[in-house]
Design a binder for this molecule. Structure first.
Ligand code: GDP
Ligand code: MG
Length: 166
């Protein structure tokens, strides 16, 4: 099994944290400040039965200026070149215009898009299902994974599923 997987989502939902966890080394820059990671960074996850190239795409968010717009075009073109897409949200935030903008960009994407609900450690479990239902109403996600990038919850299950798909 092998393939390319893109990680998309609003700034600060935890994309870099997630990538650093599964790659086991600091390949993407983490920061509490939004948009520290300006460039597309690839990292390769290798296990006995799988090799997955992860693409962190910080440019995929609602453009705020001309530079953003340029980066978005570059980032968007990667969406048609990968085998699967991980759309990450934060469990402690409600859907907003930023999410809707990203989902609009998925209109012509044919590859499976997984909804990663990150930061489940930061919310009450009862609040998860209503949030997931809202996002499921916005896009036909292939599967939903509630995870915690910092604690590691459900990350192995996600990698197992991705391995099966690739
Ligand atoms: P990115 O902009 O999407 O790449 O987000 P980052 O990976 O830089 O993370 C943004 C902030 O969210 C950082 O302060 C992280 O420590 C925090 N964060 C990331 N994942 C989790 C998580 O699973 N749980 C909690 N509580 N915080 C997280
Ligand atoms: Mg980042």
């Amino acid at each position: 099994h092998s393939g390319f997987v893109a990680i998309i989502g609003r700034p600060n939902v935890g994309k870099s944290t997630f990538m650093n966890r599964i790659l086991g080394e600091k390949v993407a820059i983490m920061s509490p400040k939004a948009q520290t990671t300006r460039n597309k960074i690839n990292g390769i996850y290798t296990a006995p039965d799988v090799q997955i190239v992860f693409v962190d795409t910080p440019g995929i968010h609602k453009p705020q200026n001309a530079l953003d717009d340029y980066m978005d075009q570059a980032a968007l073109s990667t969406l048609n070149q990968v085998d699967a897409i991980l759309f990450m949200i934060a469990a402690d935030e409600q859907p907003g215009k930023g999410d809707q903008w990203i989902i609009d960009q998925l209109e012509h994407v044919t590859k499976p898009v997984y909804l990663l609900v990150n930061k489940i450690d930061a919310v009450h479990p009862d609040d998860l299902l209503p949030l997931i239902e809202k996002y499921n109403g916005m896009y036909d996600f292939a599967q939903v994974f509630p995870i915690s990038a910092t604690e590691g919850n459900n990350v192995d299950e996600l990698l197992t599923q991705l391995t099966a798909e690739l």
